[in-house]
Design a protein. Structure first.
Length: 198
C-alpha cells in the first residue's frame, strides 16, 4: 500500500527535523505534540517515527516511546569510519573512464554541501544500493556535521579543497584527501560529541 500525501509530508518534515541537529540526542519525541506542530493527526506521525526508527534516526524504547538516539564517542567514531570505508568502496566501483559529475555546484550551506559532496561518489557507479547506503550515512551524520561547525573553523575551505580534488585529482589522491578528512573527525570525536549536547 502506498502512503498518502499526508503521510509523506509528515515523514519528510519529521526527517528534516530529526537530522537538523536542533534537538539534542536523547530528546523524547512526543507524537501528539509533533502532530499539532505538523497540522496532522497522530497516526501519520507515529507511522513516520516507526519508519525513522527503521533507519536508526529515531529510537523506539519499549514502554517509553520515541527518542532521538544518544550518540556516544564510539558510535560517532564508527559512523565516520563507515563513511570513509563507503567512499573507498564506491571509488573502487567507478568505471575506468568515469563520466564524473562536477563538484563545483555544491549547495551554499556547509551541512547540505557536505552531504551532496559524498553523494557525488555514488553517481559514476549507478548502484541503487550504494545510493541508499550513502543516503543513510548522510542522514545519520547530519547532526554531527552541524556540530562540527562549533569545532572546526575551516569547514568551507576544507570542503572546497575536496571538491577541487574531486573535479581534477587522480582517484588515488582524492581518496587520500577524503581519508584525511575522516581521520581528522575521528581524532576529534569527543569534542564533536560534546558540541552535539550543548
Amino acid at each position: 500500500m502506498n502512503p498518502g500525501p499526508t503521510s509523506e509530508r509528515v515523514f519528510d518534515a519529521l526527517k528534516r527535523e530529526v537530522i537538523s541537529g536542533e534537538r539534542a540526542p536523547g530528546t523524547k519525541l512526543e507524537p501528539a505534540a509533533l502532530a499539532e506542530q505538523l497540522n496532522s493527526s497522530a497516526t501519520p506521525v507515529r507511522d513516520a517515527l516507526h519508519r525513522l526508527a527503521g533507519t536508526r534516526l529515531v529510537e523506539l524504547r519499549a514502554s517509553e516511546g520515541f527518542y532521538l538516539p544518544f550518540i556516544t564517542e564510539p558510535d560517532l567514531y564508527d559512523l565516520y569510519a563507515w563513511n570513509a570505508q563507503l567512499v573507498r568502496l564506491l571509488a573502487r566501483c567507478w568505471p575506468a573512464h568515469r563520466p564524473l559529475p562536477k563538484a563545483d555546484s555544491l549547495p551554499a550551506d556547509i551541512g547540505r554541501a557536505t552531504g551532496a559532496f559524498f553523494e557525488l561518489f555514488v553517481v559514476p557507479g549507478d548502484s541503487r544500493e550504494h545510493a541508499y547506503q550513502m543516503d543513510l550515512a548522510n542522514d545519520r551524520l547530519a547532526a554531527p556535521r552541524a556540530a562540527e561547525r562549533d569545532v572546526f573553523e575551516d569547514l568551507e575551505s576544507e570542503l572546497r579543497t575536496l571538491a577541487v580534488a574531486f573535479d581534477n585529482a587522480p582517484t588515488r589522491e582524492l581518496i587520500k584527501l577524503v581519508a584525511a578528512y575522516h581521520r581528522r573527525r575521528m581524532q576529534a570525536t569527543a569534542t564533536i560529541v560534546r558540541a552535539l549536547y550543548r
